[in-house]
Design a protein around this ligand. Structure first.
Ligand SMILES: [Zn+2]
Length: 601
């Protein structure tokens, strides 16, 4: 790998970044002894097996066996290449990266797009606060009762009511027009070769990702016009089905409260936050998707949908919500007074009424049970059958058997149907659950395993572990072994890197070593996996093990020498036609083979 960034700079960036701080910007970490734990962001799980160590500055998942340092985490989580990850963290710590003369640092377009979006958001915000035309936006917000602090916090803005408000500002500021087009902020007139603004005469709601980066915009029309709400189109940064408006502000408070409330509109979110309900978010004009649930699950496992009564009813019966049952996120549905959305309810009835409505939220299951009881005449057999069929659909998806049985009991009591009847119906309705796809062993790996004995594989792992745990043995190992002597490609590559780093820096720690191999995520996973076994912690154990290893290797080596010389002698005997000598040599070789395969050496 050509290294574009100087190695010392990579280390400086890594040492300036605390892994606990970094990871907790993405997922909630809970203290567990000296370490921190979380639900693993790299695989689906219900109980946390993702461990972050502040002492070692690494993370390790005992479920999916992913591991690494700050760079590996960012690469895995944000899907970045190694140099991009280094640059992100350098920016974060204010470290200026020096380019190596080997080449120009690869352009990081995503970072440029994010920067541009922020500049656009700031410009819209200035237009709202300062421009003459912005008066329309200011008046609207004042009329609706939004305070300055909320306007500033959510960076609300105003798009001028002209075809080239943003465009001419962008030209004066020398922004890249192709990037503006890619972000959907300007569009091309169909027949003429002319660009124009997407957002015109609209109040602007910047949409942030969970890291406070502006990824898109929502715009509400202020004069006559359609559509009332308009969002940025999908782009490299913006995905409607994934994002939630306000989640960057809500994730902390929601995590603390243990629940997240989902409303429909951007102004609902603003008014809720203004009243101190800081754990409120909205979808971006879409229904809740599986991607939303995956995002939400990183912060909480209880979600309350807060809609007006009409919408709540429609939403609750939507089959898409079944996925909450399957993902084991507790979903509640709150119903506001007839005809009031969250904004209206807060403004007209006050925060106390709003909060009371949410506290009275019913679980998705109870809400649905109410719905089917109203929909069908459950005093009649026919109505009962239909009601049972509709309600058990969702139940079949719940992975937890205990939970499923409780719900069956509840249906049985509520609809007055025998539990066994419901169980049978569930069996009939559940399609065979798709088995979790086991990770296919890498074909190349299993082929190697066939050649190398398991004992040898372990030997390479153990020596690598010892060298990292006890640096003082590195010179001794290096004297005895070449990195090429290590039995697997992984141990061989890591050993090579250990020798190099030790020579240059005089010490090797797991987190710095990871910085040099982070570009190869699989190798990083392997290295963290073997170093976290902790089997070589005791220094005298390590020493004894190494001595044994060296002895075995020495023996093996000398036996290999003998074997080679035996084979050569056999060949000579064959050429001479000395059958007796040949047979004697052959027996010796066989004895040697037997002792080798018995694993004595
Ligand atoms: Zn995992």
């Amino acid at each position: 790998m050509a290294r574009f960034i100087q190695e010392d700079k990579v280390l400086e960036v890594q040492q300036a970044t605390d892994i606990i701080e970094l990871i907790s910007e993405y997922i909630p970490l809970k203290k567990a002894g000296v370490n921190y734990k979380a639900l693993c962001p790299f695989h689906d799980e219900k109980t946390p097996s993702f461990v972050v160590s502040p002492g070692k500055q690494i993370y390790h998942c005992f479920g999916c066996h992913k591991g690494g340092n700050v760079f590996s985490f960012l690469m895995g989580f944000e899907k970045l290449e190694f140099p991009e990850a280094v640059r992100h963290l350098a920016d974060r710590s204010g470290i200026h990266l020096v380019m190596d003369d080997k080449g120009q640092y690869p352009r990081d377009k995503r970072a440029d797009l994010i920067k541009l979006n922020r500049q656009v958001a700031d410009q819209y915000h200035r237009q709202l606060l300062e421009s003459k035309e912005g008066e329309a936006g200011r008046a609207y917000l004042e009329k609706r009762g939004f305070k300055q602090s909320i306007i500033a916090r959510f960076l609300l803005g105003y798009a001028l009511p002209s075809w080239d408000g943003l465009l001419s500002y962008a030209r004066r500021s020398k922004w890249r027009e192709d990037y503006l087009a890619e972000l959907g902020l300007i569009l091309k007139a169909q027949r003429k070769e002319r660009w124009y603004d997407r957002f015109r005469g609209r109040l602007i709601f910047p949409i942030f990702n969970t890291r406070d980066r502006v990824v898109g915009f929502g715009g509400r029309i202020l004069e006559e016009g359609i559509p009332v709400y308009l969002n940025s189109p999908e782009s490299a940064l913006f995905n409607k089905g994934k994002g939630l408006y306000g989640l960057n502000f809500a994730k902390g408070p929601a995590n603390k409260k243990g629940e997240l409330w989902v409303v429909e509109g951007y102004t609902d979110v603003l008014m809720a936050h203004q009243h101190g309900f800081e754990w409120v978010v909205a979808t971006l004009g879409t229904a809740l998707t599986t991607d939303h649930i995956k995002t939400i699950r990183r912060f909480v496992n209880k979600v309350v949908i807060v809609y007006d009564a009409d919408t709540a009813g429609q939403i609750a019966s939507a089959r898409t919500l079944d996925m909450f049952l399957a993902e084991e996120v507790d979903l509640y549905i709150a119903q506001l007074p007839e005809g009031l959305d969250p904004y209206d309810c807060l403004v007209k009835k006050g925060p106390a009424v709003f909060e009371k409505c949410v506290q009275g939220a019913k679980s998705l299951f109870d809400y649905r049970l109410d719905l089917v009881r109203r929909k069908y005449d459950v005093t009649q057999v026919d109505g009962k059958v239909k009601a049972v069929d509709e309600i058990v659909q969702g139940v079949t998806l719940i992975p937890n058997v205990v939970k499923r049985d409780l719900l069956v009991k509840k249906i049985s009591e509520d609809l007055n149907v025998k539990q066994s009847v419901i169980q049978t119906r569930i069996k009939e309705l559940s399609r065979p659950r798709r088995a979790v796809r086991a990770t296919e062993p890498d074909a190349a790996v299993s082929a190697r395993m066939a050649i190398v004995s398991p004992k040898d594989t372990k030997l390479g792992e153990n020596i690598v572990e010892i060298m990292i745990e006890h640096n003082e043995f590195i010179p001794e190992v290096q004297k005895t072994l070449n990195s090429a002597d290590f039995p697997t490609p992984e141990s061989s590559r890591v050993a090579q890197e250990i020798f190099r780093v030790y020579e240059r820096y005089g010490k090797v720690s797991l987190d710095t070593l990871l910085s040099f191999i982070a570009a190869d995520q699989k190798l990083a996973d392997w290295l963290v996996g073997i170093s976290e076994r902790g089997s070589m912690k005791d220094v005298s154990d390590a020493k004894r093990y190494l001595n044994d290893c060296f002895r075995v290797l020495e023996e093996k080596h000398s036996q290999l020498v003998i074997k080679t010389s035996l084979k050569k002698k056999m060949k000579d005997a064959e050429v001479r036609g000395d059958e007796k000598e040949f047979n004697a040599l052959f027996r010796k070789l066989q004895e040697l083979q037997t002792s080798l395969s018995k694993g004595k050496v």
